[in-house]
Ligand binder design. Sequence first.
Ligand code: KG4
Ligand code: ZN
Length: 335
Amino acid sequence: MTTILGIETSCDDTAAAVVDDTLSVRSSVIESSIDEHRDFGGVVPELAGRAHLRTISPVVERALVRAGLDPLRPEIDGVAVTSGPGLIGSLLVGLSAAKAYAFAWGVPFVGVNHLEGHLFAPLLEKPDLAWPVLTILVSGGHSMLILHESPGVHRILGETIDDAAGEAYDKVARWLGLGYPGGPAIDRLAQDGNDKGLALPVSMTGPDFDLSFSGLKTAVVRATEKHPEVSIEDVAASFQRAVCEQLLRKARRVLDDYEVAGIAVAGGVAANSTLRAQVSALAQERDLECHLPSLTMCTDNAAMIAAAGLFRLRTDGASSWSLSADPNWSLAALS
Ligand code: KG4
Ligand code: ZN
């Protein structure tokens, strides 16, 4: 059996996990520095990097101990680490640590694309899922519709032409005075709101698979200025409806053109309750498997990085010791 230590430090979460080649998660530890960033309305790269440096060793040690391994001489076969995309100062902490652990233990290390990591999250809960899968990958930095043909073989069919869905959530939340990160707060408020309470335009109605969320954010600002009487719950519900409507409309379009066996959500926004309910209904309607990873697997974690690392180690082999972090590493470069 091959067992891998995964390390993730691309943004504000310091995470480590131990996963074996049956994709069984033996441990997964996440330490977030989000509280340090709240007052600034977003992640401050300098603070995130310093927090990773403080927490990386204790987090890795906890992940090894929870997996029943000796933290000094663990019986593992490799170390997988996010080497991009992400914040450069944060990536470098994880990458340097991964190289040091792998060198000390005499095992290979492999650099993993963070977005490919998100694509592997559904497999951790269902390793034998049917292929191909349409994955709606929506996070704070990216929004894409991806045809995942088999593990690690994927094609971007469409992506946002401006802001990411999570970015729009965070900006609208900031406008509404809800703090950072905005997604969970808007999602909670939306449960008690009327999703037709605020009229918002329908964007990206064209025949392609691309997405756009920047205009929607501006529309919320304009509409709430014009209609201050609309409750914050109704604003949240109307915005959430508009985001999900766009994603679902484009997903339907993909399903009309491509034959798939399942539909999955990945990335932080995949934790959204309306999106999950609507994707589940769509899968049922089209008789497809539906993969909704648990909330902790949707947001950043190291188990998904270990899973993608297992695949990359097997297909491409170990990374070079001179591998550097690439803050702009595009998923398309892997296809
Ligand atoms: O994947 P992730 O943890 O980090 C990135 O790689 O970006 O995603 C974070 C994003 C944030 O923008 C956050 O507001 C959003 O995911 N998010 C949500 C929810 N939970 C987190 N957005 C909508 N609804 C949620 N329940
Ligand atoms: Zn992410």
